[in-house]
Design a protein around this ligand. Structure first.
Ligand SMILES: Nc1ncnc2c1ncn2[C@@H]1O[C@H](COP(=O)(O)OP(=O)(O)OP(=O)(O)O)[C@@H](O)[C@H]1O
Length: 693
């Protein structure tokens, strides 16, 4: 009877195994396989739960491949962690089983559960007391293992172990097929993902497009988000933040700001490591902390609760263009590599595009400046004036032109400050580059900084494009700061900093730009008085006042008036095709007597007007503004009699009108008297021609 029972049992097991084998051949995926094990194998062995595991590519870790949906271990909080964590092979349990050809039986009561991997803890807690592990044979060098648990000891007797042995190669084939199949599917989906990504990225034109494309792709496939892309600047050293997802850092903003705002370089620990590697790298935070590498980043990543950080170089051909960091504990490296290759090209294109735009902008600005120079070119081909006062100016110019020293030009409006500035620039070693001019009075305070230092796109509302500042444009050249006395105090601080440090930052920019600029500043204000009044910073004043040149007002150099007037006649003859040769003696007298509040500019405009209105070869009439007797002329000492005051006053007025009494430009009209009355007053007060000529 016993023999019969044994035979019947054998028969039953054989049948079960045959059925199992038939079903195993048809297995397509993990679910099928699990179902076959749970129903088919259970007919032969009475286990309570099953698991299959898979090794990583380098056989360092193993993790769950199949998990039993009915396992009681699911009720535990650590379940998800248990089935997703990779475990080191060398845990004293798995490696023991992996080295054996036969299934290895463990009495779980004898295992040091407290120090065992989480999955063992969970199954033990769920009631398992016995466990058998069989590393499956096959082409894959025991890549998969079968683990069966039982709540009862003695379940895995010799017969059960024998059954496990018998099914192991078929199980191995099924598992390997499923894994191979999955890998093919994964590769295909990676390929189609990358293809799709490359199509999206090919359409990217701007940084904003790129940001959306990258973040969509990362979310969709890698379930991670972009931490930071940095790009290598033209100096080949600095790594500037380019794209990042700020929302990742909202809880660690202070640390983030500190790290992002300091200058990072290609030689720094993690960056150097990433840039030197052809493949993306995985930074094991605990390991790096142990080694003591780059503590600031380690502290930051730890605060974000990460175990790993992934990073890849951005490279076009053999050239590094930047770095890309991802915050994630696990990423698909081959996919990451494919993504980074495409992102590198997109960033290079966008940056090249930005450079072309900036260059275009630079050319446009240069073009404007050139046009301005052409408009004024004949202004500085010759500086007219040979009187002693101008000789002193020429002397000072010749002393300073060659040096790179800062020059401060002082003088009333229209005395030729810009002309002298251009002449100094043209006589300096910087003459091959354009002198760049900024009129500090022409810009509202809010724009002057951006005009001087430039801004990055988005630096403030309205900053729709990156703009290069005049300081950068004037690199290796001269920057002429006209009307410096009008500069707002806030801008003065920044100007001073650039003058001291010879480097600047664009508004909203993170990199410092070195500049070599010679400064020539000009003003018609009394800067010392401005300093006293608190409208001009004294430190800036001292920095500008290195080599002051004071331009004399025209009224102080009457000898220069006629040569200047002839110079302007020649110019307007050329412009208007007229042939005016000179001035009548009376006009000459008038020109010399006038007090020229608008200096050379006023003379220039007056001559232009007169040449245009003149139909003769000689300018016989000139329309000078009516003289306004100065306060000094009107205030008489109290010791004088009324008649004496009247006499002195009429003489003064007659002098200014060169003795003309009647007519539209005569003294009588100015004094608001009939000309006959003025005549009789002149007679009565005994005023002779000698008094006013
Ligand atoms: N010595 C000179 N010889 C020839 N032209 C001159 C001379 N001085 C000034 N000018 C002309 O006078 C005009 C005004 O000169 P400029 O613009 O250089 O004066 P400025 O002192 O810079 O005036 P502002 O303070 O109003 O800016 C220009 O057209 C310039 O060419």
């Amino acid at each position: 009877m016993l023999k019969n029972e044994e035979l019947a049992e054998k028969e039953r097991i054989n049948e079960a195994l045959l059925e199992l084998s038939n079903r195993m051949v048809k297995v397509r995926d993990r679910r099928d396989l699990l179902h076959v094990i749970n129903t088919g194998l259970r007919k032969a062995i009475n286990f309570t739960a099953c698991v299959m595991t898979i090794l990583d590519d380098v056989h360092q870790t193993y993790k769950a491949f199949l998990t039993d949906p009915d396992s009681k271990s699911r009720d535990y909080a650590a379940y998800n962690e248990a089935i997703s964590t990779p475990y080191p092979v060398a845990d004293g349990i798995y490696d023991v089983a992996a080295q054996s050809d036969a299934p290895v039986l463990f009495d779980m009561r004898r295992i040091d559960v407290a120090n065992a991997p989480v999955w063992i803890k969970l199954h033990y807690a769920a009631g398992a007391r016995e466990m058998v592990i069989k590393a499956l044979p096959g082409d894959d060098a025991r890549r998969h293992s079968l683990i069966l648990f039982s709540d009862e000891t003695g379940t895995f007797d010799d017969c059960a172990l024998h059954i496990i042995e018998r099914i192991s190669s078929q199980l191995s084939t099924a598992a390997s097929n499923i894994t191979a199949n999955e890998e093919i599917l994964n590769r295909e989906s990676e390929k189609s993902f990358l293809l799709n990504f490359s199509q999206n990225i090919a359409a990217v034109r701007t940084k904003a497009d790129l940001e959306t494309t990258i973040s969509d792709a990362l979310q969709q496939l890698l379930s991670t988000r972009l931490a930071m892309i940095r790009v290598i600047e033209d100096d080949g050293e600095t790594l500037t933040p380019y794209l990042w997802d700020i929302s990742l850092f909202k809880d660690v903003m202070d640390m983030y700001d500190q790290l992002a705002n300091r200058r990072a370089t290609v030689g720094e620990y993690f960056f150097a490591q990433v840039l030197a590697s052809k493949e993306p790298i995985v930074i094991d935070i605990a390991e790096e902390e142990r080694k003591g590498n780059s503590p600031a980043y380690i502290a930051f990543w730890k605060k974000l609760g990460l175990k790993n950080v992934y990073a890849s170089a951005l490279r076009v051909g053999e050239q590094n263009v930047g770095t890309m960091f991802f915050l994630s504990d696990e990423l698909n490296l081959s996919l990451l590599k494919g993504l980074c290759a495409q992102i590198s090209i997109a960033i290079s294109n966008i940056r090249a595009n930005e450079k072309v735009l900036a260059y275009k902008q630079l050319l446009e600005i240069e073009n404007d400046q050139l046009k301005e120079q052409i408009r004024t070119i004949y202004n500085f081909s010759e500086i007219v004036g040979s009187g002693a006062e101008m000789q002193e100016v020429y002397h000072l110019m010749s002393l300073v032109a060659d040096s790179g020293s800062t020059v401060l030009l002082l003088g009333e409006t229209g005395t030729g400050k810009e002309l002298i500035a251009r002449a100094i620039h043209n006589a300096s070693p910087r003459k091959n580059k354009l002198m760049i001019k900024v009129n500090c009075a022409a810009l509202p305070a809010s724009l002057i900084e951006s005009e001087l230092f430039g801004h990055e796109k988005g630096a403030f509302t309205g900053a729709v494009e990156r703009r290069i500042g005049k300081f950068e444009l004037a690199d290796q050249s001269t920057l002429f700061l006209d009307e410096i006395g009008e500069m707002p105090l806030e801008a003065q601080v920044k100007l001073l900093r650039v003058l001291q440090e010879k480097e600047l930052e664009r508004i909203g920019g993170k990199t410092t730009i070195k500049v070599d600029v010679r400064i020539i500043a000009a003003t018609n204000r009394n800067l010392e008085a401005e300093v006293r009044e608190g409208r001009f910073r004294s430190d800036l004043y001292y920095r500008l006042n290195v080599f002051p040149i004071v331009l004399p007002p025209l009224r102080n150099r009457p000898d220069d008036i006629l040569p200047l007037a002839h110079f302007f006649i020649d110019r307007y003859n050329k412009n208007s095709g007229r042939k005016v040769t000179g001035f009548s003696p009376r006009v000459i007298q008038e020109l010399q007597a006038y007090h020229w509040p608008g200096n050379v500019r006023e003379l220039e405009h007056l001559i232009e007007r007169s040449v245009l209105l003149n139909e003769d070869v000689m300018v016989r009439e000139i329309h000078l503004p009516k003289p306004i007797p100065t306060e000094k002329a009107l205030v008489a000492p109290l010791s004088q009699t009324l008649a004496e005051v009247e006499r002195a006053y009429i003489i003064e007025v007659l002098k200014q009108f060169q003795g003309r009494i009647s007519g539209a430009d005569g003294a009588a009209e100015f004094l608001d008297l009939p000309s006959t009355t003025l005549h009789s007053k002149i007679k009565k007060l005994k005023i002779s021609k000698a008094d006013y000529f």
